[in-house]
Ligand binder design. Structure first.
Ligand code: MG
Length: 450
């Protein structure tokens, strides 16, 4: 605890997440259910869904018991990807809860809470829940107003129907979908198939042991998918993380699409005002030149969602593959992202060619050890001194760390990690050589700060 007035922190940058049995327990889920009911007040409807992890049913039952005891009703989706929980919450609920640890290893699980409009709970809302749990100020319902459970599994039909209205794919596109045996194992292939694609599935049976690959859609974990795309001469490969708020694409040559280029491509396709995060490269700005405006915000889907609302933006995308399509729902949706990329490839592909047209910035990332107690001092010095090192700074962005844009399009970000004892340097140069020079200069600068 940092401050004696602050309740102990349970939520991280994307909900509660951690190992089952220690950080995340049935007891915590029960308390979270009671706290949410207390916060909303009795009689409200809370959508609940969970991913394919071995611990998810246990947490689901405990969370539901807590919600009911607090006097709210549960609209139960059972196993469902995060975007369906967000969608159902927007349509039917006063709040939503997704039980998932997203891309974390199988032994972890977590809880993420959603607002009525399908947008993730903001840090100040999470703090209210933390306070109720810490003070144990739960409002238990009396026997006559204990909540009820309603099964809303059928909502997935409406979700699929609405998705299909959203993107049109020319018939015959061949797509391999790898769901990691996660929560979208059934829905994502179904949606693409109904949209007219020829779909080949990989790891598309829900399994909490993740026998085919781990839930993180990293290059190392997607080797099988890349081979499969090539071997089957498919047009596209799609991979999700465990809860399918994210989507990663593989081109027709079996190569993983560069994250920055893919989000730039989608942003250009949508056009207008778009939101991205400070760790995204300047490819997106160059792609949108004359076609729209880029708004950069803090890293994390809740910040992207907030910036979309504030600026009335048409699209929000992080390079991680977490994309929000606000005219559909404020919850990041990896299934819709897949559908939109498939539509783009069917219309203007092949994907490798589309990606080649996006300006590229060789990107380098390094982490510098930095104790929690030093972070504030280091960032203050960085804010005051870093830009002075360069003669050609065109923009200084201080929204999350210090991000400099240089006149030729290169960029450097120095940002403290929110979860670990590091300060991160992320940058993109016009060439590999320039990127390396920028990294050397930034590291030298950091070294002199300590
Ligand atoms: Mg996720």
């Amino acid at each position: 605890m940092n401050n004696k007035d602050e309740p102990p922190k349970l939520f991280g940058t994307s909900g509660i997440r951690g190992p089952i049995g220690t950080a995340v327990t049935a007891d915590l889920a029960l308390k979270m259910g009671k706290a949410l009911s207390t916060l909303l007040g009795p009689g409200h409807d809370i959508v609940v869904g969970y991913d394919s992890r071995t611990s998810s049913q246990m947490l689901d039952k405990a969370l539901i018991a807590g919600i009911l005891e607090g006097g709210c009703n549960v609209l139960s989706l059972g196993m469902a990807p995060t975007p369906l929980v967000g969608y159902a919450t927007m349509k039917l609920g006063d709040a939503g809860v997704m039980i998932t640890a997203s891309h974390n290893p199988p032994q972890d699980n977590g809880i993420k809470v959603w607002n009525k409009n399908g947008m993730a709970y903001r840090p100040n809302q999470e703090k209210e829940l933390e306070k109720i749990i810490s003070d144990e100020t739960f409002s238990n319902g009396s026997w006559e107003n204990i909540g009820k459970v309603k099964d809303i599994k059928n909502t997935s039909r409406e979700y699929v129907k609405n998705l299909l209205n959203y993107a049109h794919i020319k018939p015959g596109l061949k797509v391999v979908v790898d769901c990691a045996s996660g929560a979208a194992s059934y829905l994502s292939p179904l949606v693409l198939r109904k949209a007219g694609c020829e779909v080949i599935t990989l790891n598309s049976q829900p399994d909490g042991f993740f026998p085919g690959r781990l839930p993180e859609p990293s290059e190392a974990n997607l080797q099988e998918l890349m081979k499969m795309v090539k071997a089957t001469q498919s047009d596209l490969g799609i991979a999700h993380d465990g809860d399918a708020d994210r989507m990663i694409a593989i081109d027709e040559k079996g190569k993983m699409a560069d994250f920055d280029k893919l989000v730039s491509l989608m942003a250009r396709e949508v056009g207008g005002r778009v939101v991205t995060t400070v760790d995204a490269s300047n490819s997106i700005d160059m792609c949108l030149e004359g076609k729209g405006e880029v708004i950069r915000t803090k890293v994390g889907d809740v910040h992207v969602a907030e910036a979309i609302e504030e600026n009335d933006a048409f699209f929000g995308g992080e390079p991680s593959g977490t994309w929000i399509h606000p005219d559909f729902c404020m919850c990041p949706d990896g299934i819709l992202s897949a559908l939109r990329i498939a539509a783009l490839v069917s219309e203007k592909g092949p994907l490798s060619k589309l990606l080649d047209e996006v300006p590229s910035f060789p990107t380098l990332r390094e982490k510098i050890n930095c104790e929690e107690s030093q972070k504030k001092m280091i960032m203050e010095k960085t804010e005051a001194e870093f830009a002075k090192l360069f003669e050609d700074v065109s923009e200084v962005n201080l929204i999350d760390g210090v991000r400099l844009s240089l006149e030729n399009g290169s960029w450097v970000l120095i940002r403290p990690s929110g979860t670990e004892s590091y300060v991160r340097i992320t940058l993109g140069g016009k060439t590999d050589l320039e990127a390396q020079k920028l990294m050397d200069k930034s590291k030298e600068f950091m070294k002199n700060l300590f």
